[in-house]
Design a protein around this ligand. Structure first.
Ligand SMILES: [Ca+2]
Length: 384
């Protein structure tokens, strides 16, 4: 083996060499110097001049060959080291990536578990909501508000007013109604309410048949629904009309029987005996004004008894609905009542009888200006 000093001197050249085996770029003088260094180990003088080159103990070509072999050996070792380093680096990177992947997998699993839990909870909430609704539906279910009140009165200390679902007898559908449970004994199904003028009552026939507005506020329940409620077997209904004036004076009109014919008879009105403080505007003062037994009219369905014309005051009227702001009612030669009239009680509306009209409720000979009205029906207890 060559001494280590020689190898250290040669290393820079080993890395920069472009030796192909047949040629060399080694600096001959450095080799000779290396030889001198070797000589120092042997106790000789380190620098002896150019003359000493000729005294080299090993021929130069053999030295070059030996050095070349040594260089190849070192290069091989370095290559092996580099390969080993590369392998270990790749393994390290792979290990790190595997660790990261494992961490990601764990996180992903946790996220999936959380998502599943959230989904399960959502389903649970949805299910309980449905159950609550179903329970409410079952609790609220009845043929009408009177029936609901009768079935709940023994189990609920105070039945709240509000929207309930009813399913009248001999019908194939359920629908929502507003039940007044705390007014005059409760059990009232509201069929019409005016309180603020937010619902437009200028509507065609079909709307009056099906109903419109907001059940919790102003609305018309609909002739078809009211027909189903009041035409149940072995039942009789009373009608109560509650009025409030703009002066906050209250009044009412009540009829001890209330019934509607079917749609083929245009939901003709049938009323029993009147009681109240607002006067019997439905029957009026004479038969010509009597709206009892009158069929329902709207702006597009004319059953108003003015055929072809009526003379009302100094006016000739062809359509009571048109005369009364295109609203629907049981007009008979117009008559003294239209609780679906225009909410704005202006002087002009009063003059043209377009406002909410209950003409028999007067003060000093002038009809009260009506601020709010509710029409509601309730079962009459019968012995049948
Ligand atoms: Ca007419």
């Amino acid at each position: 083996m060559w001494p280590t000093t020689v190898l250290l001197l040669l290393l820079p050249h080993l890395f920069s060499s472009t030796d192909t085996g047949n040629n060399t770029n080694f600096n001959q003088s450095e080799i000779v110097n290396a030889d001198f260094s070797d000589a120092a180990f042997k106790g000789q003088k380190p620098h002896r001049g150019v003359k000493d080159r000729d005294t080299c103990s090993i021929p130069c070509d053999i030295t070059v060959k030996l050095l070349r072999d040594e260089k190849h050996s070192v290069c091989g070792q370095l290559q092996q080291s580099l390969l080993a380093f590369g392998r270990s680096t790749r393994k390290l990177i792979r290990d790190v990536m595997e660790e990261q992947q494992k961490a990601l997998d764990i996180l992903s699993t946790q996220v999936t578990e959380l998502m599943t839990k959230v989904q399960t909870l959502s389903f649970e909430v949805q299910r309980s909501n449905t159950e609550i609704f179903s329970m409410k539906h079952v609790e609220s279910h009845g043929r009408d508000c009177s029936d609901i009140k009768d079935s709940l009165v023994s189990v609920v200390p105070k039945i709240p007013s509000g929207i309930y679902i009813v399913h009248p007898e001999n019908t194939d559908s359920s629908f929502e109604v507003f039940c007044e449970m705390d007014y005059m004994g409760g059990g009232w199904t509201v069929m019409q309410r005016r309180t603020d003028g937010l619902t437009d009552f200028k509507r065609p026939w079909i709307d009056y048949v099906d109903g419109f507005g907001n059940l919790a506020g102003e609305h018309w329940l609909g002739l078809k629904k009211v027909f189903h409620i009041v035409n149940q077997k072995d039942t009789r209904f009373q009608l109560h009309i509650a009025l409030v004036s703009h002066d906050d004076i209250t009044s009412y009109a009540s009829y001890d029987d209330f019934k509607l014919d079917s749609e083929t008879q245009f939901f003709s009105l049938h009323l029993g005996r009147y009681a109240g403080s607002a006067g019997d505007a439905f029957h009026g003062y004479d038969q010509e004004q009597n709206q009892d037994t009158a069929p329902f009219s709207a702006s597009d369905v004319d059953n108003d008894g003015c055929n072809p014309f009526c003379s009302i005051g100094n006016r000739t009227v062809e359509s009571c609905s048109t005369q009364h702001n295109h609203t629907g009612w049981w007009f008979n030669q117009c008559g003294l009542a239209n609780l679906n009239g225009c909410y704005e009680d202006t002087e002009k509306n009063q003059e043209q009888r377009m406002n909410i009209l209950w003409d028999t409720w007067r003060h000093n000979g002038v009809p009260h200006s009506i601020k709010s009205v509710t029409m509601k029906i309730r079962r009459i207890v019968t012995n049948n």
